[in-house]
Structures are given as C-alpha cells and as structure tokens.
Design a protein around this ligand. Structure first.
Ligand code: ZN
Length: 292
C-alpha cells in the first residue's frame, strides 16, 4: 500500500487527526491530464483535501465535491471524493507553470486567485448540501480549514503538500486535517497548533521519507492512538454507458447535427481523459430510441 490515509486520536481523545500520503494518486492525475507545475500543485492539493474530507466526514456510499472557483490562471478546479477514499478531479487549465516564489516553491496562491470554495455533500438525502466560503488564502489548506471552521463549525487545521519535480513528475504529496472535538480545551488546541507551526515544511519531510504515522506522532504526540489505515486512490467512475445516457439527454436537433455534420462524436471525460467514440450509426440508434 503506497498511498494511504490514517485516522488517529490524541491521548485525551479530544483531537482527531487524519494524515495521508498520496504521491501515486497525484501522479496518476498529473499523467492523465498532463498538468504542468502550478496546475499539478493546485489539482494535487485539492485532491488530497478531497480524500481527507471524505475520510473525516463521509460514511457508506456518500460523496463530496470540492469546487475551487478562483480567477487565477489555473481556473476552476473540481474534485469528487467517495467514502471508499477514491477520488477524481481536474483543473480547467492544465498547462500552467508560474515562476517560483522561492526555490522549489510553487506560487499556488497566484495560480488560484480569488473567488469561492464550494463543498457539496451528497449524503443520500433528497438534495445534496452545498456550503460556500470565499477563498481567503489561495494556498488551499487554509481555505479548507476556513471552510470547516466557518461553514461546519469544526475548529480545524489543514496542511496540504505537493512537490513537483523539474520534469513535471510528482516528487511527493501528502497532508493532514486536524479537528478539535467538543471536549478539546483551549490549552490542548494551542499546544497542538504550536507543534504544527514548528514543523518543517511538509514537502521537505515527505521527501525525506516521513510516513503518515510519523506525521501523526509529530502533531498529536508520540502517545497518540492510530485507529485505522486505509488505501486511497485516483479512480474515475465514468463509463461508455454514462456517456450514452448523456447523449440521450441532448436535443434531437443536436444529435442530428452530430450525425449529419460531424459524422460521429468523440467525448472526453474531464476527470480521467478517457475518450469515448460514437459512430454515426451508434448516434442514430440513440436518436431512434429517443424518438420512439
Ligand atoms: Zn473518467
């Protein structure tokens, strides 16, 4: 298991922590969408945030979608994570690289810009629930913490890290979400936040081989209790059937245009770049079924 998420509690059981290593997952997204450094950092951090939130908040067959709607060059970023800790996501503009703020530090804030962070949860109820906060930082971790604190009233600290190699492959990726449970005292929270503030840069530590368990002990103390360890992965749930359904929802005139003008259709999944080809005959079948 190379990518995984762990859940841990501090010894007083008033702080809950999730930590994750996700290099392969972010690498798969990078490869599928051919993202450049700034796009990889934005997409990777949002993917990690999605899995962490799914681990923290979802149960059986639920899903959540993060939409980072900034006015920066990367454009909208959309990530959907499932309760089984699989995740998919894309950025509107994959080919964004920006000058480093300092050596090896990607300017994620400028890549994201200002706008809104939306979190939609589909908990199997009639209507999915959406919470929204302004993008307060653009570094994504602080924005997710702000969302949790403001919109869900859960005092939280979040760290997200993606290191992009000079050849655009992913060197490391990981992060954490710390949540204060109702019994947590101010002194316990302060002490823990101090420990987080004193941590070296996450990317440096992950590159040096830090595991999610190591990170949990650094944040919660060596006497923390690790509860679960689960595999995480990039996974898209698209299928030919799904795209056939989508075509069926088009107006007959649009389908006719695809048949007579384009002589077929090629649809590409935003999330995983899988292509689905439909021939003229296949489109005609869909149109016939629609008209009957
Ligand atoms: Zn797909």
């Amino acid at each position: 298991m190379s990518d995984y998420l762990i859940k841990a509690l501090d010894k007083t059981k008033n702080l809950r922590l999730l930590t994750i290593t996700a290099k392969d997952l972010v690498q798969e997204a990078q490869t599928r969408q051919d993202t450049w450094s700034a796009s990889s950092a934005v997409l990777g951090r949002t993917l990690i945030a999605g899995v962490l939130l799914a681990g923290a908040e979802l149960s059986d067959k639920e899903e959540l979608t993060l939409r980072l709607l900034g006015d920066g060059p990367v454009g909208a970023t959309v990530v959907t994570a499932q309760s089984n800790l699989t995740v998919k996501g894309y950025v509107k503009n994959p080919h964004i690289a920006l000058p480093s703020k300092k050596a090896g530090h990607i300017d994620v804030k400028s890549a994201v810009g200002s706008g809104w962070l939306q979190v939609t949860k589909d908990l199997g109820l009639k209507e999915p629930y959406t919470g929204e906060v302004p993008i307060v930082s653009g570094e994504i971790a602080e924005d997710v913490a702000y969302y949790l604190t403001k919109s869900e009233q859960i005092p939280s600290a979040v760290g997200l890290s993606v290191f992009v190699n000079p050849n655009n492959t992913i060197g490391e990726a990981g992060g954490f979400i710390l949540q204060a449970l109702p019994g947590a005292s101010d002194s316990l929270i302060d002490q823990t936040i101090n420990r987080i503030n004193e941590l070296p840069a996450l990317s440096t530590s992950f590159l040096a081989g830090m595991t999610p368990e190591d990170l949990a002990r650094k944040i919660l103390g060596t006497d923390c209790k690790i509860l679960t360890k689960d595999e995480v992965a990039f996974k898209c749930d698209c299928s030919r059937k799904k795209y056939t359904e989508l075509l069926r929802t088009l107006k007959s005139s649009e389908l006719k245009a695809m048949i007579t003008e384009d002589h077929g259709a090629e649809l590409t999944c935003n999330f995983c770049s899988q292509q689905y080809q439909f021939t003229q005959e296949q489109l005609q079948n869909i149109l016939d079924q629609k008209l009957n």
